[in-house]
Design a binder for this molecule. Sequence first.
Ligand SMILES: C[S@@+](CC[C@H](N)C(=O)[O-])C[C@H]1O[C@@H](n2cnc3c(N)ncnc32)[C@H](O)[C@@H]1O
Length: 300
Amino acid sequence: MSRGRKRTRHQAEHERLLHRGTVDHYRDTALYDFEYADRDSDVSWYRALARVRAPSLPILELGAGTGRITCPLARDGHSLVALDSMQSMLAALRRRAKEEGLEGTIRTVVADMRALPLPDASVGLVISPFNALMHLYTWQDLLTCFREAARVLAPGGALAFDVEQPDLEWLTWDSDERYAVTPFVHPESGARMVYSTNHRYDPETQVCHIRIYYDDAPPPGRRFVAPPQPAKLVHLAHRQIFPEELRMLVAMAGLEMESHTGDFEGVALGPGVQSQVVIANKPRTDAVTGDDAPTSDDAP
Ligand SMILES: C[S@@+](CC[C@H](N)C(=O)[O-])C[C@H]1O[C@@H](n2cnc3c(N)ncnc32)[C@H](O)[C@@H]1O
């Protein structure tokens, strides 16, 4: 086989995995909500931020999912644009909003976070909670998204998000093992199942390919042994974003880093820290550039 054809096949396989890695995990929305029901330190952080940074203009949430963050913000009185590429996630968000009587304050938009169907300077705060930006798989995609966020933000507005801090030790774990083996009962079907994961990191693309296995639970009293074929296999792709790369992309998008910490309490980035929590601001006035910029001839 020619090298070109081999490369094309490799590229096609990579793209297939990225596609699965973007959608698989978000098809079963009941399971998504069940798995992340205990995650709440981010909810209070985004609520506190919105109180001070979006008192009047709407908030745009990129990758809003099932509304885990959106609905608490709407309850606080904010109006929101909840944007996501997955129709199923936004349908779950609308159900949740309806149950809570919040339909009037949340507009759902199926779109890609790299092309925002919103006018310039129309929102006060853009948020992207819980690793949503890790589904942008190249630096160009991230930069495009940051530039779009900067465009739709009013001057003085903020982009806030959290992503993982790459953990080089974890990324290189044995990809044939099963980790986090956890029995559970499916929230909708009631089936007794076992959850486990492993992952393979590609250092060239910086994408970590996580496999989440859902297997039938063994009969009571019997030890779980991973079967050769899982009952269900979910692929989740997360591009690792290194802190210096993140600072550079934020700056290239014309945003100014206000804070870049390792958790929602403000701990400094460093070894053992799992997250990167970012607030970056759109300057209040455009920087002086081009013909308007002072030159040495203008000097007194
Ligand atoms: C981990 S979930 C986060 C959901 C929600 N923000 C939360 O905190 O629970 C990531 C979300 O990003 C969405 N997503 C992934 N890639 C996207 C893209 N390019 N444009 C818009 N949404 C995207 C997924 O469909 C998913 O709902």
